[in-house]
Every structure is written in structure tokens, then in C-alpha cells.
Design a protein around this ligand. Structure first.
Ligand code: NDP
Length: 240
């Protein structure tokens, strides 16, 4: 594997956390990047800082038309799309009994529909050009369920299933699941249950920094043609 990544990569949820770290990591590797999120001030600042081959556009992954326009703009800017990193996600954890149905629906919209909207925006291009790569950021919550995480984990199990289905259906398209353990980011800042918000602070005592996940994404994207890294699970351990 060479150090340089001669690819055009689209990244959702690039305004903070894992998405932002991935932009930095892939820019360092020489990739051409088209980055999206709703907080465009952050995208603009990041693109200005990194310069060169980083372009941005407002993206709401819950809106299929927004994702379609995002992919079209990326293609217009760089001529081709090689990969999509479906990274945007939210995690307003709560026990089912609290009946926070609005939060359930928002998680389903962003974490599942957002991933599907991203796939819909690039898959016809990948099929037509005979190749492409979809990297979906799931979670360790795609493998286990934590208390208060029934809906969040359900959305991540769904991301796992969708990615595996894509892999099975399309031999010409690479599909990768990235499943991080706890990472210190803004995820969960929207938790409305005070006890769970406080528990999250304890979980974050042992957490990864976002660059650890960015390196995993770069590893998957940097493989030669014909090699599909199906899943990478990255968990924190005691620093040494
Ligand atoms: P952050 O909260 O830091 O980042 C989430 C990103 O998603 C932001 O850039 C946000 O941008 C974007 N986003 C949210 N809603 C939308 C939307 N409707 N349209 C477009 N973008 C949206 O959290 P992380 O970096 O931690 O999260 C990234 C991914 O990693 C998520 O899928 C998360 O589930 C997953 N993950 C995180 C773990 C962790 O411990 N942090 C562990 C396992 C998985 P904006 O608000 O500007 O739109």
C-alpha cells in the first residue's frame, strides 16, 4: 500500500469528531475531498485551513435530494467519485420506557435513512464506472446492545446489515463497516436524560481519540483494487 491516496472521497458528518479527523487524515494522504454536514461554518473553516483539494457543501443526510445534489456537486468539482464515507450519526440515548419517540425517529432518520440516502446518491455511478467504495461508520453498538441504547444500537445493527447486503449484491463495489468503541467526540451531547448524560462522561474515561478511527478508514480506502476490508472494529484500551 502506498502512502498516497489518489481518490475522490465524499465524507458526511465532516463538521466534527470522527468525520473531521477523517478529513484531516485523508487530506494528509493526498485525497480529493468533498465534505458535508449542516454546520457549514465549520466545513468552511476546515476547507480553508486544509486548502487545495478540499471542497464543501451543506448536507442534510436525512434529505435524499440534499445527498443527490451533494454527490452531483462533488462530481462536477472533481470529475469522478471513488468513495463515500457515510459517517454522520446521532446518539440521543434513553430508556425505551421514556417514550422519546421524537428522538427514536431522529436516530432512524439520520443513522439509517442517512446511510441509505448516501448509498442511493453514489451507487448508480459506482455501477456505471465499474467500481467504488462505500465506508459506513457503524459502531460497536452494531454488535452489542447497551442499556438505554436499544434504538441507537438498532440503527447501527441496520447499518451493519445494509453494508453487508451491499457487499453481497455488488462484486464491483467495495463495502466496509467501521465499528468504533467509545470515541471522545460531540456524540451524545444531545442526550436529554441527565443520568445517561452523566454515565456517558464515565464511559468516556477510557476512550479513543477520533484520529484512531480516521486511520482505520484510511487503511480501508488505501487497499489496492480487488481488496475489500469488510469490517474494522476499533476499541480503546489502557494507554501504555
Ligand atoms: P459528532 O457528534 O462529533 O459528529 C457527528 C457528525 O454527524 C457531525 O459532523 C454532524 O454534523 C453530523 N450530522 C448529524 N446529523 C446530520 C444530518 N442530518 N446531516 C448531516 N450531517 C449530520 O460524533 P462522532 O464523530 O462520534 O460520530 C460520527 C459517527 O461515529 C456516527 O455515525 C456515530 O454513531 C459513530 N460512532 C461514534 C462513536 C463515539 O463513541 N463517538 C462510537 C461508535 C460509532 P452537523 O451537526 O454539522 O450536521
Amino acid at each position: 500500500m502506498t502512502d498516497s491516496l489518489n481518490k475522490t472521497v465524499l465524507i458526511s458528518g465532516a463538521s466534527s469528531g470522527i468525520g473531521e479527523a477523517t478529513v484531516r487524515e485523508l487530506a494528509k494522504a493526498g485525497a480529493r475531498l468533498f465534505i458535508g454536514a449542516r454546520r457549514t461554518d465549520r466545513l468552511e473553516a476546515l476547507a480553508t485551513e486544509l486548502g487545495g483539494e478540499v471542497a464543501w457543501q451543506a448536507l442534510d443526510v436525512t434529505d435524499a435530494a440534499s445527498f443527490t445534489a451533494f454527490a452531483a456537486a462533488a462530481e462536477a468539482r472533481f470529475g469522478r467519485i471513488d468513495a463515500l464515507v457515510n459517517n454522520a450519526g446521532i446518539m440521543p440515548l434513553s430508556p425505551l420506557a421514556a417514550l422519546k419517540q421524537d428522538e427514536w425517529n431522529r436516530m432512524i432518520d439520520v443513522n439509517i435513512r442517512g446511510v441509505l440516502n448516501g448509498i442511493a446518491a453514489v451507487l448508480p455511478r459506482f455501477v456505471a464506472q465499474g467500481g467504488g467504495h462505500v465506508v459506513n461508520v457503524a459502531s460497536i453498538g452494531a454488535h452489542l446492545v447497551v442499556p438505554s441504547g436499544a434504538v441507537y444500537c438498532a440503527t447501527k445493527y441496520a447499518v451493519w446489515a445494509i453494508t453487508e447486503g451491499l457487499r453481497q449484491e455488488h462484486d464491483e463495489v467495495r463495502a466496509t463497516i467501521i465499528s468504533p468503541g467509545v470515541v471522545a467526540t460531540e456524540l451524545g451531547n444531545d442526550i436529554t436524560d441527565p443520568a445517561i448524560a452523566s454515565a456517558l462522561k464515565d464511559w468516556r474515561q477510557k476512550s479513543l481519540t477520533p484520529d484512531a478511527i480516521a486511520r482505520a478508514i484510511r487503511f480501508a480506502l488505501g487497499q489496492p483494487d480487488g481488496v475489500d476490508v469488510n469490517e474494522i472494529i476499533v476499541r480503546p484500551t489502557a494507554a501504555n
